[in-house]
Design a protein around this ligand. Structure first.
Ligand SMILES: CCCCCCCCCCCCC/C=C/C(=O)SCCNC(=O)CCNC(=O)[C@H](O)C(C)(C)COP(=O)(O)OP(=O)(O)OC[C@H]1O[C@@H](n2cnc3c(N)ncnc32)[C@H](O)[C@@H]1OP(=O)(O)O
Length: 300
């Protein structure tokens, strides 16, 4: 049978079908209308093959219907497809299953959304971080001007190290901005500053809180290595991106090849990072000893 001139539509909850078919008995017109018992969604999907036309409609609300059509008497041509037939309890089960699937997809979605906030640290905090790190340049300027007794080299190592990570690795490489490592780097940086800056502020008005002083001179022990390790992870993760995008690649004379990837500079930087960690760790350890030794002497 060949089906031609197919015309299917839905008007006022009534399905209209019209087509011409060419089969064993020659050419025939086929036509029917079905008014549904309850409201159906206005979208009608249909698919026709040489043998049949499949029409798919969805109920407006997924509830059990006592019968399909508004008219009580079933049209003669209408026969159920028993492969898909469901009685009321089957339908209830199906609805329950769908409801459960919906609920579990909502909870997965909200879990994913929560995870997103973890991966979205950069976009939510970058502006604040840029501002703070630009201000942090003063930490290098202050000892130079003799305003504070901070070690110049340790301050330079710390500020330069953080700025390379923030402005170059995270700021310039979009692929890095959604990575979880951003969260860890920012977290370890911030953890110490919550105590260090209030310690300085109180120092300016000649106040000392013992617990705050202890935290300022102790927390760096776990935080500095953790901070440096997270920074190293960020640098390692960015190497491939620099290789691929050729961003900041150094142009070379043609006999040496096209360009030298920035990732090579970063490999050298990785070594400097651990030298920087060692220098600052030693510096902070000395500062701690000086602090507590001088206090003990004062107490004696
Ligand atoms: C040459 C460039 C080479 C580049 C190479 C790059 C390699 C980079 C690798 C770096 C890798 C590490 C990156 C960083 C990671 C992290 O930060 S992880 C998180 C943990 N971090 C920390 O715990 C470090 C915190 N930072 C610091 O402690 C300091 O910034 C410091 C410079 C490292 C150490 O400072 P220090 O010399 O001990 O001095 P101060 O604490 O600053 O104190 C000196 C005295 O001055 C007073 N003072 C200082 N600043 C102020 C201020 N703004 N206002 C008021 N007073 C201040 C301070 O109170 C001290 O006074 P006294 O108490 O009377 O001694």
């Amino acid at each position: 049978m060949f089906i031609m001139n197919l015309d299917i539509g839905l008007e006022e909850n009534t399905l209209h079908f019209r087509a011409q078919g060419h089969g064993a008995k020659g050419q025939n017109d086929y036509e029917f209308s079905l008014e549904f018992r309850e409201a159906v969604k206005p979208e009608v999907q249909h698919r026709s093959t040489q043998r049949q036309v499949d029409i798919k409609l969805h109920k407006q609300t997924e509830v059990w219907w006592d019968r399909l059509t508004l008219q009580e008497k079933k049209p003669l041509f209408l026969a159920p497809d028993f492969d898909r037939w469901m009685d009321e309890s089957d339908a209830e089960m199906e609805l329950k299953k769908k409801e459960e699937e919906k609920l579990s997809s909502i909870s997965v979605e909200s879990r994913v959304r929560k995870d997103h906030s973890f991966y979205d640290t950069f976009h939510t905090t970058a502006d604040m971080m840029y501002f703070c790190q630009m201000m942090a340049v003063l930490e290098v300027v202050n000892p130079l001007l003799g305003l504070v007794r901070t070690g110049f080299i340790p301050a330079l190592i710390q500020v330069t190290g953080r700025n390379v990570i923030l402005f170059v690795i995270f700021g310039c490489v979009e692929e890095m901005q959604n990575k979880a490592v951003v969260f860890f780097v920012f977290y370890f940086w911030s953890c110490i500053e919550i105590f260090r800056y209030p310690f300085y502020m109180l120092g300016c008005i000649g106040v000392e809180w013992k617990l705050l002083t202890w935290l300022r001179y102790t927390l760096w022990m776990p935080l500095y290595p953790l901070g440096t390790i997270s920074e190293a992870v960020a640098v390692v993760q960015s190497l491939a991106v620099f290789d691929e995008t050729r961003m900041f690649a150094l142009p070379l004379p043609s006999f040496l090849g096209e360009s030298l990837s920035f990732s090579y500079s970063l490999r050298v930087y990785l070594i400097l990072m651990f030298l920087g960690l060692f220098t600052n760790f030693r510096h902070l350890y000395k500062q701690r000893r000086r602090r507590y030794r001088s206090r003990k002497r004062k107490q004696l």
